[in-house]
Unconditional design. Sequence first.
Length: 578
Amino acid sequence: MSASSSSRPTRAVAHLRVEGISISFGARRVLTDVSFTVPAGRTGVIGDNGSGKTTLLRILAGLLPPDRGTVSVTLPGVDRPRIGLLHQEPPFGPAASIAEALESAVAPVRAAADAVTAAGLALARRPDDEAAATVYAESLEAAERIGAWDVDARIAAMVAGLGLADLPPDAETGQLSGGQRSRLSLAWLLLSMPDVLLLDEPTNHLDDNAAGYLRNLLVSWPGPVLIASHDRAFLDEVVTSLLDLDPAPLPHAVAGPLVGDGDGAAIGAVRFTGTYTGYLHARLDARERWARQYRDEQAQLSRLRAAAPSNYVVGHEDWSPRSEARSSAKFYSDRNAKTVSRRVNDARARLEVLEERQIRKPPRELRFQGLTVGGGSGSGRQRTGPVLTVAGAAVAGRLGATSLALRAGEKVLITGPNGSGKSTLLLLLAGALLPDSGTVAAAPSLRTGLLAQDVDLPDPRGRGPGRTTRRAYEDLVGEARAEQVPLRTFGLIAPRDENRPVAALSVGQQRRLALAVLLADPPDVLLLDEPTNHLSLVLATQLEATIPDYPGAVVVASHDRWLRRTWKGNQLSLTGVR
């Protein structure tokens, strides 16, 4: 059963309203005066890493109180509408089986169906009892609202659609891989049928089929859906509006589809109606208008400031009236003084108004400076022939027999469904895992570097939770290398975040730091496992653009459809364990 064809009862739609949300963590302001409404439909929440996407969703879900502002959800006939959030912690215990986890998700649905049965029996016993009739009508409406009659069909469709059908129902969830637990958490949330759906990076562990199933399901979802995601293709296909939490301010209310706060103050969010691609073009246009307005205005200010002194004199400085009579001289002197005063006052007034109302200088945006900006060889010595050779390598239960001959400078994209062994193959190439059968051979003195999905930033000096981002970078690359190639070289970490504790960084910011550590001395073979996961949309695009120019070999494992559409190198498709 497809998501789009599954039956869903008609029901009233919830309305989400957010007014003036602000929150700080210590001295760091994360969200400032964020306001928006979502009556229904699908809204994408985007913004740079650390801009507050996850924080906003947690506030909306009631898991985190804001410093200021309110969140309200209204649904006709329902006192307390339910808000469901997909986040990092699964909503079931590790000892629960898959079947038990799914049943816990639909427990309220089962209870609603049981309530209808009980109310029906009570009404059958007392058919003339108005109170019993009211209870039956209300329980029936509640059951229909959450789809109580097709719950078993929805469970089967959800399990199949999200790629969980091959897992034994009695398997403990604690034994599942991270990707499998993530998909089971998503299934749990969708089956629980909340009135407002909040999704934090829902496609990180979904292959094409699962992402397509989720897309079809969300397109027909009856209530408000907010999706915080870095999946550009998914956003383009699913959302009908966007909320950008990027803290960079707009100059003031600029004509066009981007809506600011109207008075030039730093804004908490920008709302855009349309697709992600449409938003990219609108944002670029707005930025160009801003830069052009700023240049024109500064030029006008310079002219007014330069012209102000000359307005103190009318005509030539050594000019005097022809008449030598004292009264004539006074007449011309008074007239000149009045003219000068008027012009000076007009010029000063124009200058003061323009200086008071001038727009901001466009802020410098954080921009990735490239894979080899840190120097180093990137390709080591000039090599001929394969630098890494994989011959029939397999890992039991994780990777079927796979062969690959990677040449110096070659760029390879590894694709395949979840569980096909993409990450396992990268571990073999990195030398972090040995195959159960087959061989993996590397050229002499070959240097490999792996950006794994799970961030690993060890603390070799035991600095503890207060270790700053800059100190972690210095510890991991060495002080000499860190002095030669400072962290800010890469454009991956904003200067304001270099002194923040690593533990206070978002997952995306921690991945940026891990990438900087990797690129401080670029390896001969760069291995990137789902490099666009948890990275900002802009950074993901910039990273992809630099891959073809990397002098060494690059192997990317990804399910990112946007990346695959633009990939120019070779591809290796894995089909799964056989």
